[in-house]
Design a protein. Structure first.
Length: 271
């Protein structure tokens, strides 16, 4: 099983602010997309209506400085769908990401005071957190007519299915979640994770891109992170990584220790 750390949600260019940590809930904000018809006011995560949260907080989702009221809801955790296209999709294909592999979605989060609808002054920079997992059950090529028709049976509104884009012309893939996480498991094949020390990637009191990971990550050939200068040993249990600012999917080839870590993380933090 390959483990893929997949960057998703708001950032400084797409959205303009971090996603929300509300209590122990990681509310990942889908990026703005002017091509879709799905308004933020029609999206709820953990019973929080995103339109109302933005209205009360004064946050105006932006894409490269332009205010946009519609969003790109992907991954769709509730329906077990994830789309990828263009260079990012090709990166997954080139590294043989396939059925049975596991994606861990992470993003930039910051503590949000739901009573006052403001970011916490105690958490200025925010942090990278893993907010969801996704075991790949099927992969559909949406540029093939038969597979596009199969995808339409799953969803008519998912952004990679519902509309055309120049980015989709070369490669447009839809990943469908497996029904269960592991054999004989009762855990769903994809789901959300709660905020905890274990789901926080960022090292305490550091910039969000400085990660503290279990030592088993040291000397792995994670894509975008093959430069050994990015890595350092902290102690017997942890290593430090200066994570790449670019790139959506960081892929780790089969590693039993990291696979065990990922499954335990899910079991301990499933929401």
């Amino acid at each position: 099983m390959k483990i893929v750390l997949s960057r998703k949600g708001f950032d400084s260019a797409s959205g303009g602010c971090p996603s929300f940590i509300i209590g122990n809930k990681l509310v990942s904000l889908p990026i703005p997309d002017e091509h879709t018809k799905l308004k933020y006011s029609n999206v709820e995560i953990y019973n929080y209506n995103l339109g109302k949260l933005f209205e009360k907080s004064g946050i105006k989702p932006k894409l490269n400085g332009k205010e946009i009221s519609t969003c790109h809801l992907d991954p769709d955790i509730e329906n077990g769908l994830f789309g990828q296209c263009s260079t990012a999709a090709q990166h997954l294909m080139n590294n043989n990401v396939e059925v049975g592999d596991l994606l861990l979605f992470f993003g930039w989060f910051r503590d949000f005071d739901i009573k006052n609808y403001k970011f916490s002054k105690l958490d200025i920079a925010g942090k990278h957190c893993i907010y969801a997992y996704f075991k790949i059950g099927r992969i559909l090529d949406l540029n093939k007519s038969a597979e596009k028709q199969e995808a339409l049976k799953l969803s008519a509104t998912h952004p990679h299915i519902a509309y055309d884009s120049n980015e989709y012309n070369k490669t447009n893939l839809l990943y469908v979640a497996a029904p269960i996480l592991t054999t004989n498991s009762k855990i769903r094949g994809c789901g959300r994770l709660k905020y905890s020390e274990q789901t926080t990637l960022t090292k305490p009191n550091e910039n969000k891109s400085i990660w503290q990971l279990p030592k088993c990550f040291l000397n792995t050939n994670m894509t975008y992170h093959t430069n050994k200068n990015r890595w350092s040993e902290l102690n017997n249990n942890f290593c430090q990584l200066k994570s790449a600012c670019r790139g959506q999917e960081f892929i780790i080839n089969e590693n039993k220790d990291i696979e065990k870590w990922a499954i335990e993380l899910i079991r301990n933090n499933i929401d």
